[in-house]
Ligand binder design. Structure first.
Ligand code: ADP
Ligand code: MG
Length: 378
């Protein structure tokens, strides 16, 4: 891919530039915890966006997307926003960098990626982080703090792409480190690296390729349940709640709110358990917590769907160590921790059984925990 980018860059612009890359991400555990002041546990993966960039001495950006075979040009002022969605990610990163008082000048770029689009691996964060990192290196002597680079990506989504996302995806893409997962505290925004050297295991995503559109904005309803319970407990978020506190107010809240809060409180503890287990190399406990998360998302939080529950059952039947829905729910992928010797059978079985039941094969994405945003050496 990098070779192709290099060749196309030279064809289109007659020169060469500097190559940067940033990654998509997985989240091993910690779902629906961000807006509850809890923890998430992401890592960057070996699927990434790479961009060759060269300063062009003008006040314009000239950009070519290899994967979409699309070219566009835009200026750096607010009024110059391009129409193409893919270019708005780059424009947004430029604008958000400028808005923070940093420098951006015109450049030429050719970029490509292999993060599957819209599959829940955050190709958009990879794209933003790649350019945020590059603009910091090319124009700002790397003065911009890494966390600020993540915020530049997040603001790009909010202000230029109409996606009201949290910080996890951009955080993971910027901070990702080979063989490490990162526990991000969504309240303090502090993070800690944990080794993820899963020798003898593979991580694989199984993408159901279904997306259930729901009418009654289920995310907001979940959020409101959590907020109601937190308020009842006299807390800002459920971060400081435990099961004893929840049980003490059980009679005063609805059954539904109780179930939602039970999931969130359990999930906070599961992330901490997984971190402990990883430090001991105890992958059985990691896997058990992943299944428990799936169960909670399905039964208590009610954000699963038949297809994802089916994939979870298949994983269990195939002896997969851990399996759960990854992402907000109602479709998308499961993330699976599988012993090497069981991998081939699991993948083959999941494909056949899912196809028999739902009429199409799931997509399979094996992933390795890798570095996040970086400059590529020649
Ligand atoms: P995801 O869950 O993968 O982040 P999004 O819908 O948030 O899905 O972002 C996908 C968008 O990001 C695409 O529609 C496109 O505009 C942009 N994008 C991602 N990867 C690429 C790529 N390789 N080439 C061009 N644009 C890309
Ligand atoms: Mg995205």
């Amino acid at each position: 891919m990098k070779q192709k980018i290099k060749e196309l860059f030279s064809q289109k612009f007659g020169t060469k530039g500097v190559m940067y890359a940033s990654a998509g991400r997985i989240n091993l555990i910690g779902e629906h915890t961000d807006y509850n002041g809890g923890f998430v546990f992401p890592g960057a993966i070996d699927k990434y966006i790479a961009a060759m960039i060269n300063v062009n001495g003008t006040d314009k950006v000239r950009a070519y997307s290899v994967d979409l075979d699309a070219y566009t040009e835009f200026g750096l002022n607010e009024a110059d926003a391009p129409k193409e969605q893919w270019a708005r990610y780059i424009f947004g990163v430029c604008r958000e960098t400028i808005k923070r008082g940093f420098t951006v000048k015109g450049f030429d770029t050719v970029f490509a990626g292999n993060v599957p689009l819209g599959a829940g691996l955050s190709s958009s964060a990879a794209l933003e982080s790649c350019f945020a990192f590059a603009l910091n290196d090319l124009f700002n002597d790397n003065k911009i703090e890494k966390f600020e680079l993540a915020l530049i990506g997040q603001s790009t989504e909010h202000n230029y792409c109409g996606v009201n996302c949290g910080i996890m995806d951009q955080f993971a893409s910027v901070f990702g480190k080979k063989n490490c997962l990162m526990r991000l505290d969504c309240r303090s925004l502090e993070h800690e690296y944990f080794p993820f050297e899963a020798q003898g295991y593979k991580l694989v995503l199984v993408d159901s390729k279904v997306k259930h559109e729901l009418v009654d904005s289920p995310y907001n309803k979940r959020r409101q349940s959590c907020e109601r319970v937190a308020a009842k407990l006299g807390m800002e978020t459920l971060r400081d709640a435990d099961m004893a506190m929840l049980d003490a107010i059980k009679a005063e809240i609805s059954e539904e709110d109780y179930m939602r809060a039970r999931f969130v409180i359990g999930e906070k503890q599961r992330v901490l358990d997984v971190c402990d287990a990883l430090q001991k190399g105890d992958f059985e406990t990691v896997g058990a917590r992943m299944y428990a998360t799936h169960e909670g998302l399905s039964k208590d939080y009610e954000v699963s769907c038949v297809e994802l529950d089916f994939l979870n059952d298949v994983a269990r039947e195939c002896g997969v160590t851990g399996s759960r829905i990854m992402g907000g729910g109602f479709g998308g992928c499961t993330i699976n921790l599988v012993k090497d010797e069981l991998y081939d059978n699991f993948i083959a079985t999941a494909k056949v059984k899912f196809n028999e039941k739902y009429g199409h094969e799931p997509a399979i994405y094996p992933v390795v925990i890798s570095d996040g945003a970086h400059k590529c050496m020649e």
